[in-house]
Design a protein around this ligand. Structure first.
Ligand code: SF4
Ligand code: SF4
Ligand code: SF4
Length: 295
């Protein structure tokens, strides 16, 4: 058990898959065998089927208790209040959302295990653990996690792939609502085979690239398009290696910095949560006085 964070850590010699655990020193990561993800779920977004109706945006907002109106609908970028967006370029459409990487670098750098890759596919977030260090925002190769800068108790926001729905055998909210099945939910292996077949059967309809099949070691969101992915700002020269592996290699050459950073972050976490507790207690006292001392 890590003395600073209370997180149980399992020493590993070869990081087959690295999740967020402990303070990030060589040999202090929890390893999950990559085979555990062979039957994981995924989304296949086929931009050639998309009609740009943005119902996925609205369903996502509802699912995540976020406001959605015409103003939000017109925003063509991901933000702390808009976790997925549909871009339009020359009458072509493209979704943006967290890729829910198979081996997520956001989770690998999170010092307190607030971000976790689940065996079913979603990369989940636990706000009660988060200390707001924002390492995840720097580590994500797709610049996905956003911070609620304007809030008193800010959280990190990103698409977490509807983990409760997925755990109950349901599709994600965006896939369920999609009227054309441009966004489809299913087994990752089956969706890969389906995507390959679509490209093979209609080579003139698609660029020969399933985005997310290999990028950063593979992701739980797969994409097909008739125009190059760069058109919509997707990086195609991105590493095929899982980035947590690269992060691990770098960290393993910095023997002392990371534990020291962990101590500082542990202190930051304590201060942040202490402030929240004090603010909550003060709020309770004020409301108790207003109610004449009744709780
Ligand atoms: S896209 Fe970024 S935020 Fe999403 S799982 Fe991958 S590294 Fe994490
Ligand atoms: S901001 Fe929160 S979720 Fe992101 S790395 Fe720091 S503790 Fe983890
Ligand atoms: S709901 Fe489906 S068709 Fe509509 S914008 Fe989203 S992905 Fe495209």
């Amino acid at each position: 058990m890590c003395a600073l964070t209370g997180v149980i850590v399992t020493p590993v010699t070869a990081p087959t898959f690295l999740t967020s655990s402990g303070v990030g020193r060589k040999g202090t990561w929890t390893a999950i065998p990559s085979g555990q993800f062979t039957m994981s779920k995924a989304l296949l977004y086929d931009a050639t089927l998309c009609i740009g109706c943005k119902q996925c945006e609205q369903a996502c907002a509802t699912q995540n208790n976020l406001a959605y109106d015409d103003g939000v609908a017109s925003e063509e970028y991901q933000s702390a209040h808009k976790l997925t967006c549909v871009l339009t370029r020359n009458e072509k459409f493209m979704r943006k959302l967290c890729m829910n990487c198979q081996e997520p670098s956001c989770a690998s750098v999170c010092p307190v295990g607030a971000l976790q890759k689940t065996a079913l596919g979603p990369v989940t977030y636990d706000a009660s653990k988060c200390m707001g260090c924002r390492y995840c925002m720097v580590a994500c190769p797709f610049s996905v996690p956003k911070y609620e800068w304007g809030k008193l108790f800010p959280k990190v926001q990103k698409c977490i792939m509807c983990p409760d729905r997925v755990a109950n055998g349901k599709p994600t909210a965006c896939a369920e609502i999609c009227p054309t099945r441009a966004t489809k939910f299913g087994e990752r292996d089956e969706l890969i085979a389906e995507a390959q077949k679509r490209v093979r059967d209609n080579p003139n309809n698609y660029v020969n690239h399933i985005y997310g099949l290999e990028e950063v070691g593979g992701t739980s969101v797969l994409m097909l398009s008739s125009v190059p992915f760069e058109t919509f700002g997707y990086k195609t020269n991105i590493s095929k290696d899982p980035l947590p592996m690269l992060t691990y290699r770098v960290l393993s050459h910095i023997p002392d910095f990371v534990p020291l950073g962990g101590m500082a972050l542990g202190g930051l976490w304590w201060i942040t949560h202490r402030r929240e507790e004090v603010a909550l207690a003060e709020g309770k006292q004020v409301s108790s006085k207003k109610n004449g001392g009744k709780q």
